[in-house]
Design a binder for this molecule. Sequence first.
Ligand SMILES: [Zn+2]
Ligand SMILES: [Zn+2]
Length: 486
Amino acid sequence: MITIFHPDEPYIVICTSCFWSDQWDPLTYGQTYDFSRPFTDQFVELLHRVPLIGLINLNTEKSEYCHRIFSGRNNYLSFIAIFEPENLYYTYYTISCKDCVDVTNCQYCERCYELTDSERCYQCAFGNRIKNCRDSMFLEDCVGCSHCYRCKNLHQKSYCIENKQYSKEAYEAEIHTKHLDSIAALAQQQKMAQNFHLTLPHRAAVRINCEYATGANIYNCRESTNIFDFYESERMVHCAQGEVSHDCMDCFGFGKGEFCYESTSFMGGQLLRFCIDCTTGSDMLYSYSCFQNSEHCFGCVSLKRGSYCILNTQYTQEEYESLVPKIIAHMRYIGEWGSFFPPSLSPYGYNETEGATFSAVSEEQAARLGLRWRIPNTQHRIQQIASIPDRITDVVDTIVDTILHCAACGKQFKIILQELNFLRDLKVALPTCCPDCRHRTRMASRAPFQLWKRNCQKCSKEMDASYAPERPEIVYCENCYLASVY
Ligand SMILES: [Zn+2]
Ligand SMILES: [Zn+2]
């Protein structure tokens, strides 16, 4: 069984089909609340006793190495993928994408490679923030372009290189000289694209169709403060990575949330407070992984259709409503009420989590902050390591049976046959870094969950920007940016 829990962790983990079967009852693991002990200690005991779902992977086919994936097929090492993901490899946070490799935060994209924050693109590679583009490479902030190469801030153009118009024939002849099928030539082209993009203005922060909203990478959001990677939401405060929600605060990674606070990882939820993975829950407190419209539960784990439960023990509505205020008063008295679970309870080392890609800390800082850390196990590593031929045309199929060595972190990794065939079709060289390093590089190229006060480099107006003042990008306010583009 593939699971998100490290084998050294003290949990009882069961596969998805066992979890959803009616053969077991999470309420048989319950305990009564002990007012002489902290809530957290009692919750940890429950967490170690109740079986936990090993992976969130629903209605998928041939996608066993994926987590938070729904109704898809033939996916591999892809995380958070909704609406029929198909043939996705090494992707993160995609909506309705298919046949894509190494893409992050993309929607409705097909046959794309190495893209971030892009929408409705076809056969594009190495792009950031592009929309409705096709057959293009190394684009940044372009809309409606086709057959363009190394461009930025272009709208509705075809056959352009470095924002200059070419004829179809001249464009094709020029592209022919790039040799992206060679590792060395590809690395050089990537560097040239980065340098070219730095010569043109960047939008201070991406806030499209937003009113009274601060944050970045937000679309159709209103009356919100400090939100990032958000879509179609209103009255949100300090939230990131979500959509179609309202009136939530301090939440991460969710959709269709209403009146939720300090909660994470759910799709549909009302009044979730201090909860993890309580999809479709309502009025839930301090609970983990409770599903199927669980409601009015406190400190529960792995419930399905739970109602009026405390520490996985069933109560009547009257008992529940009388006991919960007493537990809250007790937690308040010992200083536990009102905070999320302590980080020491996480089953992961901070360095293994998504947190590390949003906000990196050193092992020493992690220790100071009370965050766990896991030293990677290197015992089972195979020492026989193959090297990758420079040109993809020289790569033979048996490379998928060999172990490769990441050029950035040294970790061993593999190429899968689907990825090899995809890159052969695209005529692009194989990656020299492991999937984790590729993911981290893409995440680092995105706007962070932070804003800096700085001045527009055109009109000097003070503005909130996704770029720290010392960064090399030319950064314009929204008005100056739009004037420079259209
Ligand atoms: Zn690596
Ligand atoms: Zn300006």
